[in-house]
Design a protein around this ligand. Sequence first.
Ligand code: ZN
Length: 358
Amino acid sequence: MNTLKRTSLVFAVLAFALVACGLPAAPTTQPSVTVVEPVETQPAEAATSQPVENEAGEAVLLFDIGMHIEPMGETAQGFQSGKNDYHNPQFFERQVEDIRFLTQMIEAHGGRMTIQAQSPFTTVALESGNTILADLAARGHELALHFHEDAHLGKNPEPLSVQQWCDVMKEELGYIMQAGGVSDVRYWSGGNLYVNLYEAAECAGLDVNSDWKSPATQSTDMSLIGVNPWRPAGGTDGSDFTLFTQHDPNGAIVFLPEGQYDKENFASMRRSDDAGGDEAYFEYLKESLYASLSAAQSGKVNVFHFTVHPGEFRGDPQDPFGVIQRFLTEVVDPLVASGQLQWATYSEMADAYAATEP
Ligand SMILES: [Zn+2]
């Protein structure tokens, strides 16, 4: 590594360590020795904030599995959604059990998920005193919002104002914070066809986004595929991606692409009849993960992640979620051990990206 590169890396690490510790950045008038101190006294923070390359100087790919909890039943805004209903205690409990099982499996492999929820899951948890979301947060999983615009704003949400979107997003974030016992939620998925989505999200206090998929076609535009995050200059109506794919250094939102996939329907192919079932889907995830490792660049923040739903991929009752277990054991664990892959929640990915910005 040349000196310039090493110096800029050290500064990026320092900047991130300061942010991570909640300490104010040292004013430029202070001697530089006071800047160095937090890194020396807090090696753990410095270590986790250095994801751009491993000890061998190779690129690192930040990795996570996200979960979309879907709006099932009447939402807080009074719209009916989904085939099932979280107000049915048996259904709610079954899904909670699945979430607990899967998150514990991932914890055993060193990972923490980004769990994305909304009402009525959050409100049923609150009303019934179920502590699932608070338990997950206490164990280090990130709590986030999965915003289904039609379930929270009604059938034709796109013409509604930024303020209307912002208010309802805030309302939903309030239930997550209350049920999860957290004071901050930063990531959301959904709302994908609203041109002013990023304004609304910023207004609601959100700053990390991903999982763009057209709700109409269930596909992802190839221009959004890749491993390097950016700050979109604006949203999309689903056909014009000019602003979305344009980097705005002052943009409030960090967008995390999902990885180096080669199909527009990668996010929905698990449900297609010709995808070949769970095993074939995870084989495709493995290939895409390897392609993402190849695309990862040293000196940049590189990310790869995919989504599961509660109960999805449960498979054989004798070996629940075996396909995920095997993927973690056979594909993920060796790459984590070799330093090529590093677990990070979605907000941690965004923070790692922000730490590399000039
Ligand atoms: Zn969804």
